[in-house]
Structures are given as structure tokens and as C-alpha cells.
Design a protein around this ligand. Structure first.
Ligand SMILES: [Zn+2]
Length: 70
């Protein structure tokens, strides 16, 4: 399907969120990771950790990670 794994960021107009692909929630209006990737909005981190994502200003997805910081 795609080669992106681990933590990804999604730069979208409603706010930058991180998703954990190992815990993707696929229901309606959940993570929508496939849509994010197909729209080329996915961002990867090096290393792909939440700490790194947070340091770049990304918040947690409420569905696959939870504990939103905003
Ligand atoms: Zn998510």
C-alpha cells in the first residue's frame, strides 16, 4: 500500500497532527491516513518519534495516539 510506517505527521489546514500508523483508527472521520498520504500531506520525522514530532510543533491525533496537547 505505502512504505510509510511508524509515526507520521499530517500537515493539514485544520492543524498539524501526528498519527501512529501501528494504531491507525480507520472509521469514518478518524485518522484518514490513506487520504493524508494520497493528498501528499504526510510528513515523516527523523527519528520517527513523538518527541521529535512535538519538537516540530505537531500535536497528537486524538484517535490513534490520544492525550492531545492542545
Ligand atoms: Zn490518527
Amino acid at each position: 500500500m505505502n512504505e510509510i510506517r511508524g509515526i507520521i505527521g499530517a500537515a493539514i489546514q485544520h492543524g498539524d497532527l501526528t498519527h501512529d500508523l501501528d494504531n491507525e483508527q480507520t472509521g469514518a472521520n478518524r485518522c484518514q491516513i490513506d487520504e493524508i498520504i494520497s493528498a501528499k500531506h504526510a510528513v515523516t520525522f527523523t527519528p520517527d518519534t513523538l518527541v521529535q514530532a512535538h519538537s516540530q510543533g505537531y500535536d497528537n491525533c486524538a484517535y490513534c495516539i490520544g492525550d492531545s496537547q492542545r
